[in-house]
Ligand binder design. Structure first.
Ligand code: PLP
Length: 227
């Protein structure tokens, strides 16, 4: 099936659930992104700053670019002028850098805090204590150029649905728990970014509001390509 057909299938599912579909276009050429754009997609995700910065100017201006990968502090400045949402914020140091660069361009940068929910697959993400320290920490009060929109997580890459269900369930309950508490003005718990090609049905079941889907739209990635 082609990009258009894949999207038509997915869009039916996500409309029903009131969940935002982010098309993960990493490693894919601008031509493939245009095809998805013509099929109605406006939200695209990339995991490398350089790739994002190269592709964005070649594509329509109304695309909303999501930074979904691990972000290094020294690269933040390249994306703050235009990024729509940064999904993988996993430290206070990174958040402070985003705030600093946001201030330079006078732009409030929407972010999600990444929570470590997988067994040991992913090296990145905060635990509950670190999350609370960031949200209710003293430093948050001085950050005028960030907006925390919610949480993000990646489940273990496994064929066992029970493991994945448990991890997504944990993230959802953490999200709901934080929501009930008094939050600083920079924090709005509205979005829960979880679910990829292999596990999005389980993520939707658990209450995800954003899914990040690559290979189920664009086909498998080939990392050995030279271009
Ligand atoms: C690559 C990637 C995705 C999409 O992966 P697929 O399995 O191709 O859907 C989602 N989230 C993150 C953080 C990624 O790096």
């Amino acid at each position: 099936m082609g990009i258009k057909e894949n999207l038509e299938q997915l869009k039916i599912t996500f409309k029903k659930q009131d969940c935002l579909l982010v098309a993960v276009s990493k490693t894919k050429p601008p031509g493939a992104i245009k095809e998805a754009y013509e099929a109605g997609i406006r939200d695209f995700g990339e995991n490398k700053v350089q790739e994002l910065v190269e592709k964005a100017p070649q594509l329509p201006k109304d695309i909303r670019w999501h930074m979904i990968g691990h972000l290094q502090r020294n690269k933040v400045k390249h994306i703050v002028p235009f990024v729509y949402l940064i999904h993988g914020v996993d430290s206070l140091r990174l958040l402070k850098q985003i705030n600093k660069e946001g201030e330079k361009v006078k732009r409030v940068i929407p972010c999600l805090l990444q929570i470590h929910i997988a067994k040991e697959e992913s090296k990145f993400g905060l635990d509950e204590k670190e999350l609370e320290d960031i949200i209710w920490g003293k430093e948050m009060q001085h950050m005028e150029f960030i907006k925390i929109k919610g949480l993000m997580g990646m489940a273990t890459n496994t064929d066992n649905p029970e493991t994945v269900r448990k991890e997504f369930g944990y993230l959802k309950s953490l999200f709901e728990e934080i929501k009930t508490k008094a939050l600083p003005k920079q924090v709005e718990m509205e979005e829960l970014s979880m679910g990829m090609s292999g596990d999005y049905p389980l993520a939707l079941e658990a209450g995800s509001t954003i899914v990040r889907i690559g290979s189920a739209i664009f086909g498998a990635r080939n990392y050995n390509q030279t271009s």
